[in-house]
Design a protein around this ligand. Structure first.
Ligand SMILES: Cc1ncc(C[n+]2csc(CCOP(=O)(O)OP(=O)(O)O)c2C)c(N)n1
Length: 323
């Protein structure tokens, strides 16, 4: 089990925070096409959970997935290049924000299909363990995923086959504009318990609280326990998607947003450090991201003639249109 490391946790939440802020600037500049789903405010969950994993463990994430990829150890420069659609990106610019993956650090991918990442991870962990690998996995999903059949099927098989998967629900209170109370019958923890899975609710704004809960669950899983669920209560500080910066949607009371922003994972983790250490980390994160932006923007876009490359494992190329 990984012990608490306040400086490392702070560095991760700060890195994700500043990565997202720089990425939003690149959306505004037209360098990231299509926008992003900012993870601002939820950084403590990815940081805490991934601090409880080892390099060989696996992770899958969501459409709001940059934090998961970064916390597991992907290179921020190649991640930013991926968001900018450059060939120097993690996935040669073909995955983008919602499908970034880095198998080298155990990130099997962000995923745009709500509820799918849990099924992908359950299958991947099961398959690798059958071949003798000694690893566990963590999958992140929002409250909007808990009524998706695919996720509930993953709960069932993971529990039945005792696949060591940590199901991490990032309950930020909304699925796009839909509040949890208007969409979720019963409780999120109750869904896990229905499959015989232990469920723990935590304050997702405190990275150390998340890390401690995840480390305890991961230790039980490594000792032969089955899957577990963590419901991390959090708040999305920014828009559902950057499109919302231009089309103001009126679904969260301003006072609720203001209150939600007072519990900031970056401030909570930063308050545990002495000011000099914190300033040193901030400066190093700024340098990493300045270099990442330069790297991302220097990379070429893929040649349109290669648009069909990598589509077929067999190497077959699709027929061109017209007959
Ligand atoms: C299967 C599926 N249904 C609908 C969508 C459209 N969609 C994209 S994000 C989203 C909301 C997801 O909410 P939640 O799971 O709570 O995550 P959050 O956005 O709050 O992080 C929806 C409905 C989708 N991508 N996939």
């Amino acid at each position: 089990m990984t012990g608490p490391d306040p400086a490392a946790l702070y560095r991760t939440v700060r890195l994700i925070r500043r990565f997202e802020e720089r990425a939003i600037e690149l959306v505004d500049a037209g360098e990231i096409v299509g926008g992003i789903h900012p993870y601002l405010g939820q950084e403590g969950i990815a940081a805490g959970v991934c601090a409880a994993l080892t390099a060989g463990d696996l992770v899958t994430g969501t459409h709001r997935g940059h934090g998961h990829v970064l916390a597991k150890g992907a290179d921020p420069a190649r991640m930013l290049a991926e968001l900018c659609g450059r060939v120097t990106g993690l996935n040669r610019g073909r995955g983008g924000s919602m499908h970034a993956a880095d198998f080298g650090v155990g990130v099997l991918g962000a995923n745009a299909i709500v509820g799918a990442a849990g099924a992908i991870l359950t299958g991947a962990v099961w398959e690798r363990r059958r071949r003798g690998a000694d690893l566990v996995g963590a999958t992140f999903f929002g409250d909007g995923a808990v009524n998706e059949g695919m996720l509930l099927e993953a709960f069932n098989l993971a529990a039945l086959w005792r696949v060591p998967v940590l199901f991490v629900c990032e309950n930020n209170g909304y699925a796009t504009t839909m509040p949890v109370a208007g969409a979720v019958a019963g409780t999120i923890a109750g869904r896990a318990e229905a499959f015989g899975m232990p469920a723990t609710a935590v304050d997702g704004q405190d990275p150390e609280t998340v890390r401690a809960a995840a480390a305890a669950a991961v230790a039980r899983m490594r000792a032969g326990g089955g899957p577990e669920l963590i419901e991390a209560h959090t708040y999305r500080f920014d828009a559902h998607h950057t499109f919302e910066h231009r089309v103001r949607l009126d679904y969260r009371p301003p006072q609720e947003v203001a209150d939600g922003r007072t519990r900031d994972p970056v401030e909570i983790a930063g308050a545990r450090l002495d000011p000099a250490t914190r300033a040193e980390i901030d400066a190093s994160v700024e340098a990493v991201l300045a270099a990442a932006v330069d790297f991302a923007l220097a990379g070429p876009h893929p040649d349109p003639a290669t648009a069909l490359d990598h589509l077929y494992a067999s190497g077959l190329t699709a027929r061109t249109g017209g007959g």
